[in-house]
Design a protein around this ligand. Structure first.
Ligand code: ZN
Length: 296
């Protein structure tokens, strides 16, 4: 079974501040140029970022289960309503799994989480300290995380680089999650995008944290970093904790699988190590079973 643990719905024009929108478009332009297309900024408008239900559903075709969420990140100028997620996943409940996003700095963060879980039926939580402007080591938020742990819901964390100038990278460092992982060992935590460009820290962290995992979304565009990160994960024996994910609309499950299948291309003809097909197969079909036995 193929499971995509990281996709987005939303990003509609009214979900962005003007500044964040302009920076998102600039970043998208760079990515499109890197992938070889003849692209001009005139071809992009704010709708280039939309993840509409019909497009999301089509891209999700090859996956059997798909996690969907938005983000609540007012300090960075990006707010996607949780209700949009709940309404979309209700249209395909056999396949789509909706997760909430709540900013732990909100005075009513715990009430918001309760509403998302108990009223909207959302089953996990997306966090991004860099976008939401919170310090994951600050015990002010322990009560919030205790609530998450109490619900037994999984969490996914954007720890890593990003484009908005209002994001705070000092809270994006993967090692900042160590305290939460040690205080709440039962809390399932996924670090998105292998924590790029701090993949080595992520490998070190998931190695020692029994309930921590990493997803491989949005890393295949940088084949050299990707290959190094995967070799590091393999050499430290944590490749079984890497989960398949697309970060749709940034990628699709199809191009993430293709990217993984081509991971060794960059070292072809050398004596450098390669990622065996069995490890690739496990990431694509099996590794989700350990964190998510309830999806069996
Ligand atoms: Zn994402």
């Amino acid at each position: 079974m193929i499971v995509d643990v990281h996709t987005h719905i939303g990003w509609y024009p009214d979900h962005w501040s003007e500044e964040a929108a302009q920076e998102a478009l600039a970043s998208k332009l760079v990515k499109m140029k890197q992938s070889g297309g003849e692209v001009h900024s005139a071809h992009l408008d704010l709708h280039s970022y939309d993840s509409r239900p019909e497009d999301h559903w089509e891209a999700a075709g090859p996956a059997d289960k798909v996690v969907v969420f938005g983000i609540q990140a007012e300090p960075t100028g990006i707010v996607v309503p949780n209700r949009l997620v709940a309404e979309y996943v209700a249209t395909h409940p056999e396949k789509l799994i909706g997760w909430a996003s709540v900013n732990p700095t909100a005075p009513d963060a715990i009430d918001q989480l309760t509403h998302c879980v108990e009223d909207l039926g959302l089953e996990g939580l997306k966090l991004g300290p860099t976008y939401q402007h919170f310090d994951p080591t600050d015990r002010t938020y322990w009560e919030f995380f205790r609530k998450c742990a109490g619900y037994g819901i999984p969490t996914i964390w954007h720890q890593g680089t990003t484009f908005p100038s209002r994001a705070r990278l000092r809270w994006a460092l993967p090692l900042q999650l160590e305290d939460v992982a040690m205080e709440f060992p039962e809390l399932r935590m996924i670090i998105a995008h292998l924590g790029h460009p701090w993949e080595e820290d992520v490998v070190a962290l998931i190695r020692k944290s029994p309930n921590m995992y990493a997803d491989i979304s949005a890393v295949h565009y940088r084949p050299w970093r990707y290959w190094q990160a995967m070799v590091t994960a393999m050499e430290y024996g944590v490749d079984h904790k890497l989960l398949l994910a697309s970060d749709y609309p940034s990628g699709t499950i199809t191009n993430v699988i293709n990217g993984l299948r081509r991971i060794n291309d960059i070292v072809e003809g050398t004596r450098l190590p390669t990622i065996p097909e069995e490890i690739q197969d496990a990431i694509i079909y099996e590794n989700w079973r350990r964190p998510f036995p309830e999806w069996e």
